[in-house]
Design a protein around this ligand. Structure first.
Ligand code: ATP
Length: 273
């Protein structure tokens, strides 16, 4: 079957203003990913080569995936996503074929942003296979070689930017960080108090909040919560309001307090040190 039949121009719907905090990081990604994709012809005229790859690293749940989706949305690029861990297959060659196929789809739907989550699962340093679900060095090497070959073939005219993410940057094979591959490595930190406040504002946008809800106070009391944890907290507060009275449409402070009692932050001090 022809590959063109399966190409679905996936457009991401996430915009930059749905990401709380991370002001400087968002600006950087706009400059190095969004602008070159959006203004590809101007960049080509000026002889500026866009980056082929950006590696995002940082603790889970802190918006690496969401940043890649926002970059795609803002630059009107198609968005393709693949997880390194899912490429380990018991069938010989299946993972490499899927990886090549995704690059092919991204080429056909260009301009595209190809997001590779858990890239450490395919680009683990040799001998350090703590994160290799297959435990099979040969599979790993073939996947890594395929990824390197695809990245090396990304001429500016191809119109693909690869954004990869990992929680374990220290195990990434140095070959991926050579010039012309992932030339930019960016740390995506957990939210600070102001960031948590902005995330809470975003995650409660669709809610009617009682006058007793002080999001700043909630932000102050949620140290070590990730963006994903805060999203879960807001969801649970909404559920608590519904359980209490399914005719009410207001979420009060007590609903957040009960939600907080049953939630734990995902981060520990050692993860962000
Ligand atoms: P993982 O490493 O587990 O894949 P991640 O860093 O890619 O996580 P996301 O998947 O982008 O994190 O975020 C998880 C959820 O948390 C998303 O649904 C997103 O809406 C929310 N979230 C995380 N960070 C933020 C943020 N800064 N602003 C708004 N929402 C956020």
């Amino acid at each position: 079957p022809s590959i063109t039949k399966d190409v679905i121009k996936e457009l991401s719907k996430v915009s930059w203003d749905e990401i709380g905090g991370l002001k400087d990081l968002k600006k950087k990604i706009q400059q190095v990913v969004e602008w070159p994709v959006k203004h590809a012809q101007a960049f080509a005229r000026l002889g500026i080569e866009p980056l082929r790859g950006v590696l995002l690293h940082g603790p889970p749940g802190c918006s690496k995936t969401t940043l890649a989706k926002a970059a795609a949305h803002a630059s009107l690029a198609s968005f393709f996503s693949l997880s390194g861990a899912d490429l380990h297959s018991k069938y010989v060659g299946e993972g490499e074929a899927r990886l090549r196929m995704t690059f092919q789809k991204a080429r056909l739907a260009a301009p595209s942003i190809l997001f590779l989550d858990e890239v450490d699962a395919i680009a683990c340093k040799r001998g350090d296979d703590g994160g290799n679900p297959s435990g099979n060095d040969t599979v790993d090497e073939r996947l890594l070689t395929t990824l390197l070959t695809e990245m090396d073939g990304l001429e500016p005219a191809t119109g693909i930017t690869v954004m990869a993410a990992t929680n374990r940057p220290h195990v990434i094979d140095a070959a991926l960080l050579r010039p012309g591959r992932f030339d930019l490595v960016l740390y995506v930190p957990p939210p600070d108090c102001e960031g948590r406040y902005e995330i809470l504002l975003i995650q409660t946008r669709e809610m009617k909040l009682g006058a007793d809800v002080h999001l700043r106070r909630i932000a102050e009391s949620t140290d070590l919560f990730t963006g994903a944890d805060l999203k879960g907290l807001c969801y649970q507060a909404g559920m608590n309001a519904a359980y209490e009275d399914d005719t009410s449409d207001i979420v009060y402070s007590r609903h957040f307090e009960i939600a907080k009692e049953s939630s734990r932050p995902s981060l520990t001090r050692s993860m962000i040190a």
